[in-house]
Design a protein around this ligand. Structure first.
Ligand SMILES: O=C[C@H](O)COP(=O)(O)O
Length: 270
């Protein structure tokens, strides 16, 4: 079961995405780059409203892999309260030292997602190093948004390899990069944990245009949401229905009311 990640750039868009039932709201400023960041203060305000209803991730911006600025940016986003911080693994820079420094943050509970760029032909050997550094997941995306969809940059065996190796390491696995509606069926068959979108959700499919609620709904329809999570209320809780004095636990759907702070699909793949 794969979930739907929607990248949004402000509170109004976050509300549209949540209303459409997306599985993770991803905060990003598309006009500032492939992983453009929103100001941490704004992220905090959005998180405050989304909290407990849908998991939230945020990007830290298109930063070179230099430990100091990366860690500062990650700390700022983590302090803003997001569930996941997404870090672009841009070419050049010092990957080794950056991962070593981030490992300390991961060890203190910050959930990190590495974004590898398909157009840079990433070395999947890094996946195991991400796991060792304590990352929560890895995502494949495109850096140059003019380079076409992920599916035209990498062939199916390569995408399968990414999904397979990421999941083998027990990491959350995401696929994104100018994905179009027609890419969805094939990518779902690879069983990533989530598929990520921005352009396809916007007016005229332009990622810097505003979110189009109809486009969000259309993509959501193509990615079947996970079945509602159900749980039995403890007999003493207010959710317990009593019929003829016999306790009858009420099945309560959490979806759209109070979401698990982790994506619903995370438990499915473990
Ligand atoms: O994380 C997912 C992305 O925001 C994908 O954006 P895109 O569909 O414009 O490439």
């Amino acid at each position: 079961m794969s979930g739907m990640l929607a990248s949004v750039r402000n509170l109004a868009e976050a509300r549209i995405a949540r209303e459409a039932g997306v599985d993770i709201v991803d905060l990003k400023a598309p006009e500032r780059g492939s992983l453009g960041a929103l100001p941490a203060e704004e992220v905090g305000l959005i998180v405050a409203e989304m909290h407990g209803t849908v998991p939230v991730s945020a990007t830290i911006g298109d930063l070179p892999l230099d430990p100091d600025p990366i860690c500062r940016a990650v700390l700022a986003m983590a302090a803003a309260g997001v569930d996941y911080v997404k870090i672009g693994m841009f070419r050049g820079g010092d990957w080794g030292s950056t991962l070593a420094t981030l490992a300390h943050l991961a060890g203190r509970g910050t959930r990190l997602i590495a974004v590898l760029f398909a157009d840079d032909l990433p070395d999947f050997d890094w996946i195991v190093r991400l796991k060792r550094a304590g990352f929560a997941g890895a995502m494949l995306d495109t850096r140059d948004k003019a380079s076409g969809p992920l599916t035209s940059l990498l062939d199916r065996p390569t995408l399968e390899q990414f999904v397979g190796e990421t999941r083998e390491q027990g990491l959350l696995c995401g696929l994104a990069g100018s994905l179009r509606k027609e890419d969805i069926p094939e990518l779902l068959s690879l069983k990533p944990d989530y598929l990520g979108f921005r352009g396809a959700l916007c007016h005229s499919a332009r990622r810097t245009a505003g979110l189009d609620p109809d486009a969000v709904a259309a993509v959501r329809r193509l990615i079947p949401p996970p079945p509602p999570q159900t749980f039995s209320c403890p007999a003493s809780s207010p959710g317990t229905l009593r019929v003829n004095s016999n306790p009858l636990p009420t099945e309560v759907s959490q979806r759209g009311k109070k979401a698990n702070p982790l994506p619903l699909w995370e438990t499915d793949s473990q």
